[in-house]
Design a protein around this ligand. Sequence first.
Ligand SMILES: [Zn+2]
Length: 133
Amino acid sequence: MGKYLGRLRHIRQLMHELSVCMALLEQVQKIARQHKATGVERIELKIGPLSGVEAPLLEHAYPLAAAGTMAEDAQLVIESMSIKVRCTQCGAESDVLPNRLICSACGDFRTRVISGDEMLLSRVVLATAKECE
Ligand SMILES: [Zn+2]
């Protein structure tokens, strides 16, 4: 039973990653169309530890989501992002760990996450018919 639930959880997570991939591909294809590209060579992503997106699962889901699109053969490069918080008490910004969102300047826990909870498309390398731009 536990094994079954574990697998179910995995499938759920994979479906989440699939929908993340679909949204990503929509964005990438829009960029490719704007630049009249013939294909997509490389997609560079930054994933925050608090985004809820798991890089290995995203890599797993990508070929499924990209099949038949112009980004089918694109190389997916995933970089992990650091978590930054801003202290609501002293205003300092600090890099923190996911389980320790406290201000490194004054030690207060009343902080707001300013990065690390999102997924960013940092670069798209397009294939174009002509060599020069
Ligand atoms: Zn502080």
